[in-house]
Design a protein around this ligand. Structure first.
Ligand SMILES: *Cc1c(COP(=O)(O)O)cnc(C)c1O
Length: 394
């Protein structure tokens, strides 16, 4: 069987290949999540045992309520909700705090969904410049706040900074930035799309008012899924309940939360997150090993003459941006397949996930690969180099 129906092919990338796609590895499902997808795939499946007061995060069977409590605890926060993607987490927070014309501090490496969340609320993004190492520092954040204050006469309403950015996978000084945020009394949202679910994260230790995570990016969960967590100081604002009363019917909808539009992440997506949770709690303890693997791979990768790593070194994350302009791209310039020669060579070795055709700067992510696969990958890059006469530095 090769197709689900006529033109929808079976997807077997993770079974047949080593996948180094920058955004996919952390979202790869656990076997438990796969089972949940099948068993809870029907639309409103989580509503079987929904009882008063009729809200998703209050359902006791399966233990959705307990999951919410444990999730908040796991993140060192007071309250957590599940949402359809990190982006919906930004949206919930931004839409609660930001009004038309308000400034929001973001990173110069902010994800586009942060821009959109601010735009949706009528706010204006103000980007903190990067230092020479492509890091957002606390000092630069403080400087930007002062600039905004001088320019607009008002403090920004929110600071939203990525723990690890999507471009380099660099770690930004969210601990220091949280302190700056406190000094100015501005709420701080720490965007952990690339960290919650792969490494230990504690919002209280960071000093964040909000944490946002992505289920499909880093929590072994299907898309869309995500997490927004808050301290108790902000929970009443972001998770405020409906006050609306129908003018004809006088109806009210009790404890439904406005930003969540009542119930958020229903059905299989939520149950799959819950099914992956035990594995997540275990795997975050082994983040060190993941970091050792990417550093080994990059050491081997750099033995290929001309190769560069654009992300900070040593690596602190498995997502990494590399530059092969002076190695593989030189081959691509005269090869009849151009940049695709490199993808062809990788695919022949059962490696996929690099941006097809790209031989200058591109990203890879080794999260979850075994040591054998890492060594194989290192060897494969060097073998391709050798095949085209690129030097390997010993
Ligand atoms: C992937 C990503 C997002 C978006 O996450 P979704 O869960 O797809 O909404 C936001 N921020 C960063 C830094 C990301 O890498």
């Amino acid at each position: 069987m090769r197709n689900i129906i006529d033109d929808i092919e079976i997807r077997a990338r993770e079974e047949l290949f080593i996948n180094i796609h920058p955004i996919q590895p952390g979202g790869r499902l656990t076997p438990e999540a796969m089972k949940a997808m099948i068993a809870y795939g029907d639309g409103y499946s989580t509503c079987d045992w929904c009882r008063k007061p009729f809200r998703l995060d209050k359902i006791k069977r399966p233990p959705i309520e307990e999951f919410h409590i444990e999730l908040a605890e796991f993140l060192g926060m007071d309250q957590a909700r599940v949402v359809p993607g990190a982006r919906r987490g930004f949206q919930a927070v931004v839409s609660s705090l930001v009004e038309k014309g308000d400034s929001v501090i973001v990173s110069s490496l902010a994800h586009y969904t942060e821009f959109l969340a601010v735009e949706d609320a009528g706010g204006i993004v103000k980007e903190v410049p990067l230092n020479e190492k492509n890091i957002v520092t606390a000092e630069a954040t403080a400087r930007k706040i002062e600039e905004v204050k001088k320019e607009t006469g008002k403090l920004p309403k929110l600071i939203m900074i990525d723990h690890f950015d999507y471009m380099f996978g660099n770690e930004h000084d969210v601990y220091g930035i949280a302190k700056v945020a406190k000094e100015y009394d501005i709420p701080f949202l720490c965007n952990c799309a690339y960290s919650i679910g792969v490494m230990p994260i504690n919002g209280k230790e960071i000093g964040a008012d909000f944490l946002v995570g992505s289920g499909h990016k880093s929590f072994a969960s299907p898309a869309p899924s995500g997490i927004v967590a808050s301290t108790k100081e902000w929970a009443d604002i972001v998770f405020r309940t409906t006050q609306m009363i129908g003018d004809v019917t006088k109806r009210k909808f009790g404890i439904k939360e406005v930003e969540m539009l009542g119930c958020t992440l229903m059905g299989a997506n939520l149950i799959a997150m819950m099914a992956s949770f035990p594995a997540i709690k275990e795997r975050v303890k082994h983040w060190d090993e993941e970091v050792r693997k990417i550093n080994y791979l990059m050491d081997e990768f750099l033995k290929i003459e001309g190769n560069k790593v654009l992300s900070e070194m040593p690596r602190k994350h498995t997502l990494t941006k590399v530059d092969t302009t002076e190695s593989f791209d030189k081959i691509a310039r005269t090869h009849k397949r151009r940049g695709f020669f490199f993808s062809d060579e990788l695919r022949d070795r059962k490696i996929v996930g690099e941006f097809a055709g790209a031989t200058r700067t591109w990203k890879l992510n080794t999260y979850g690969l075994t040591w054998d696969q890492i060594r194989y990958l290192a060897q494969a890059f060097q073998d391709i180099a050798k095949k085209y006469g690129i030097n390997i530095i010993k």
